[in-house]
Design a protein around this ligand. Structure first.
Ligand code: GLY
Length: 357
């Protein structure tokens, strides 16, 4: 921009610049101390759901380079969002019942206690980056559907077809097997009486990756991102983009996130329960178990219970606190979480309430 043009530009945008100067946006990077600031006081730590080993690896790499925890966890989950072979998140995520991929995500930045989220977002493979843009470039926390897409477009996010051939075929198989509920049928012979009878036997995919980190400055942040419940009703929003349900961070206490049946977290504000249990003195693992217990205690619907009264679904929690302690727990045994403590990146067993038979 030449001098004259620059002067014109400044003149015409003077009011806007003055407003910006009066109320500057607090960008994540501005929340970081300068590089010559006090030496690190914390050993960084990153936790993620069991599908997040590559995310924790990437996040730790960035944390060791003094990245803010939010930069680190978002870069970590972007790897999974970009991966067409992960059918639970981002590109290649399983679609809704109409065969359309709809993504949910939230971010929460501990030091500024700000958050951003998007729900039922189509065509953009990195909902976590759009969620972060909502946090940094709007006065809102949650944008949904077409409005979220328009906001993403305005910020230069590229639209693409998120449905891979692999996910389309899994969706088509599901659609065809739903013959007790609709008119789609699997290939069958005239005397095949079983077609469509397997509706109840389909395991539902809730997918999702949650990743939370403590950085070198002792600050916490987290992100949760998902394609949500596979074959959901179009427009269904789970817990992942809801601050307090699928993600919560309090920079003075800890960070927590969840995967599994989102509806149970929506009616229990579960991630807040985890953080508040840590505030009350519980370890991260105990706090995660407390959230599992709360879901079970509040479960009244028979249709969601097994014959013995136990929940017929699973929910998993992951948590870290400001001391760098960590833990994961689930309602049912068998879940794992990814943990990078700066020395080793590994999968660990979640604690649980009930052992699978
Ligand atoms: N927890 C992910 C979902 O229910 O969408």
């Amino acid at each position: 921009m030449g001098n004259l043009k620059r002067r014109d530009f400044l003149k015409t945008t003077g009011a806007a610049l003055a407003a910006t100067a009066a109320q500057p946006l607090l960008r994540v990077k501005e929340a970081l101390p300068p590089l010559h600031a006090a030496p690190p006081v914390r050993q960084p730590i990153v936790i993620a759901s069991g599908n997040g080993l590559r995310a924790t690896e990437k996040a730790m790499q960035l944390l060791m380079q003094r990245s803010d925890a939010l930069d680190a966890v978002v870069a970590g989950v972007n790897i999974i969002e970009d991966d067409p072979d992960d059918i639970t998140v981002g590109y290649g995520g399983l679609p809704n019942e109409d065969g359309v991929v709809e993504l949910d995500s939230s971010v929460m930045h501990g030091p500024s206690h700000r958050a951003g989220a998007v729900a039922a977002l189509q065509k953009i493979k990195n909902p976590s980056l759009v969620a972060r843009t909502v946090m940094e470039r709007s006065d809102h926390v949650l944008l949904v559907g077409k409005g979220a897409l328009r906001f993403a477009r305005a910020h230069g996010f590229q639209e693409m077809n998120l449905l891979t051939e692999k996910s389309r075929k899994i969706w088509l198989e599901w659609k065809e097997a739903m013959s007790t509920k609709d008119d789609w049928l699997q290939p069958h012979s005239l005397d095949d009486r079983s077609v469509g009878a397997q509706l109840r036997e389909y395991a539902r995919h809730y997918g999702t990756i949650n990743c939370d980190a403590l950085d070198l400055q002792g600050n916490l942040s987290g992100v949760t991102t998902t394609s949500g419940l596979a074959f959901k009703i179009a427009g269904r929003v789970g817990d992942s983009p809801i601050i307090g349900a699928g993600l919560y961070v309090d920079n003075e206490v800890g960070a927590a996130g969840s995967t599994g049946r989102g509806e149970s977290n929506l009616v229990n504000c579960s991630s807040v329960i985890v953080v508040e249990a840590m505030r009350a003195g519980k370890s991260p693992e105990e706090a995660c178990l407390a959230a599992c217990r709360r879901i079970v205690d509040n479960l009244k619907e028979a249709r969601l219970k097994n014959d013995d009264g136990t929940p017929a679904f699973n929910v998993n929690f992951y948590a870290i606190n400001t001391k760098g302690e960590y833990g994961g727990a689930a309602i049912w045994s068998g879940s794992k979480f990814a943990l990078h403590d700066g020395k080793e990146n590994r999968l660990l067993e979640c604690a649980y309430l009930y052992k699978k038979k």
